[in-house]
Design a protein around this ligand. Structure first.
Ligand code: P6P
Length: 336
C-alpha cells in the first residue's frame, strides 16, 4: 500500500523547490486547506441544517446568494485573516476587497482572491459545488495596506491557484506553478491525502461542455464549432458547476465553453474569481484557456474586480480546433 502523503506534508516538502521560500505561501496553502475542511463539513450536511436556500440578497455580480455561500465566504475570510500570511482578500461574494493589516513586525506579502462556493445554485439539489482560489504576490507598498492594484493583476501573475470540489468525495487540487496535484479528503483522519499526483490533461477528450440551451444565442462561429463537436460524436456533459466540469476535463480531457450571449455580451464567468485561477491550473496541467475572441485568459487585462470573460478551456488539441473554427467562420460573411 502506498504511504499516505498529506497535503501539509506535500506542501512543506515542495517548499524546498522554492529556494527563497520563507514559508508564507506554505502557511497560506495550509490555511486554505483548513477552511476547505470546515466548508466541507457544512456542505456535506447542508440538507440537514437550515443552511440551504437563498439568503435573500444578491452579490456584486447580481446572483442570488445562497446561505451556504455566505457561510463559506465567512469561513475562508476567518481562516485567511488569522493566517498572518495574507494582506488582502477579494471574494466573488463581496463588492470590494478587504485589506488585512499585517501583524507587526511581519508584513504579509500575498493577497488571495476566491469564489467561496461556485455553482451554489446547485446546492439545494445536491449537485457538486466548489471553492476556487488564487494567490498573488502584492505589488503595492509593503509598508501600507494592500490596494486595488494588487487585485487587478493579470492571471499570468498568479503564484498559486486551486480549487476544492465538494462531490462524491472532497478533493483539493492546486498548483504553485510546478505542476498540478490533487488531494482527496479522508474523513476518517481529517486529512487531505495525495490521490492525483502530477495531473496532465489528455490532448483531447470525448466530451464537450456548454449550456446547449443558449445555442441559438451564440455567435455563428461558436455554433459551427458546437455543430462540429456533435458531428464528431462527442458527448455533452454540462453540470452547471464550473469546478465540476473543469475537474472532469482535467482528468478525462474535453473542452468547456462559455461564449458571449446577448444577456452576457462579455461572457458570464468572472475573470478574477473563476477564469484566471482555473486557467492557471489547466495550463499547468498542459491544457489551454482562451477567450472566445481568442485571447489567452491569463494575459487578459484586469480592469475591475467583478469583470466577466468568455472562455474556452481544456484539452490543447480541442482548444486549438475551436480556435480554427472561430478564425474560419468569424472571417466569413455574416451567416446569422
Ligand atoms: P449557466 C455557476 O453559477 C457558474 O458561475 C459556473 O459554475 C457554471 O459553469 C455557470 O455559472 C453556469 O451558468 O448560465 O449555464 O447556468
Amino acid at each position: 500500500m502506498n504511504r499516505i502523503v498529506t497535503l501539509d506534508e506535500f506542501i512543506i516538502r515542495r517548499q524546498k523547490d522554492f529556494p527563497f521560500a520563507s514559508g508564507e505561501l506554505t502557511g497560506l496553502l495550509r490555511d486554505i486547506g483548513v477552511a476547505a475542511k470546515i466548508v466541507n463539513r457544512e456542505v456535506n450536511k447542508a440538507g440537514l441544517v437550515s443552511i440551504l436556500g437563498v439568503a435573500g440578497e444578491a452579490n456584486a455580480s447580481g446572483d442570488d446568494v445562497q446561505k451556504l455561500d455566505l457561510y463559506a465566504n465567512e469561513k475562508l475570510i476567518d481562516c485567511l485573516k488569522n493566517s498572518g500570511e495574507c494582506c488582502g482578500i477579494a471574494s466573488e461574494e463581496m463588492e470590494d476587497f478587504i485589506p488585512i493589516p499585517s501583524l507587526a513586525p511581519k508584513t504579509s506579502k500575498y493577497i488571495v482572491v476566491f469564489d467561496p462556493l461556485d455553482g451554489s445554485s446547485n446546492i439545494d439539489v445536491n449537485v457538486s459545488v466548489g471553492t476556487i482560489f488564487g494567490i498573488y504576490r502584492r505589488i503595492s507598498d509593503p509598508e501600507g495596506l494592500c490596494s486595488l492594484e494588487d487585485f487587478l493583476q493579470k492571471g499570468a501573475q498568479l503564484v498559486a491557484a486551486g480549487y476544492v470540489l465538494y462531490g462524491t468525495s472532497t478533493i483539493l487540487v492546486y498548483s504553485t506553478g510546478r505542476g498540478v496535484n490533487g488531494f482527496t479528503l479522508d474523513p476518517t483522519i481529517g486529512e487531505f491525502c495525495l490521490s492525483h499526483r502530477d495531473i496532465k490533461i489528455p490532448a483531447r477528450g470525448s466530451h464537450y461542455s456548454v449550456n446547449q440551451g443558449y445555442y441559438l444565442k451564440f455567435d455563428v462561429e461558436m455554433r459551427r464549432y458546437i455543430d462540429h463537436c456533435s458531428d464528431m460524436n462527442l458527448g455533452l456533459r454540462y453540470i452547471g458547476s464550473m469546478v465540476s466540469d473543469i475537474h472532469r476535463i482535467l482528468l478525462k480531457g474535453g473542452i468547456f465553453l462559455y461564449p458571449n450571449t446577448r444577456k452576457y455580451p462579455h461572457g458570464k464567468l468572472r475573470l478574477v474569481y473563476e477564469c484566471n485561477p482555473l486557467s492557471f491550473i489547466v495550463e499547468q496541467a498542459g491544457g489551454k484557456a482562451i477567450t472566445c475572441q481568442l485571447e489567452r485568459i491569463l494575459d487578459m487585462p484586469v480592469e475591475q474586480l467583478h469583470q466577466r470573460a468568455t472562455i474556452a478551456i481544456g484539452s490543447p488539441d480541442m482548444v486549438d480546433e475551436m480556435k480554427a473554427f472561430v478564425e474560419r467562420y468569424s472571417a466569413a460573411p455574416a451567416m446569422r
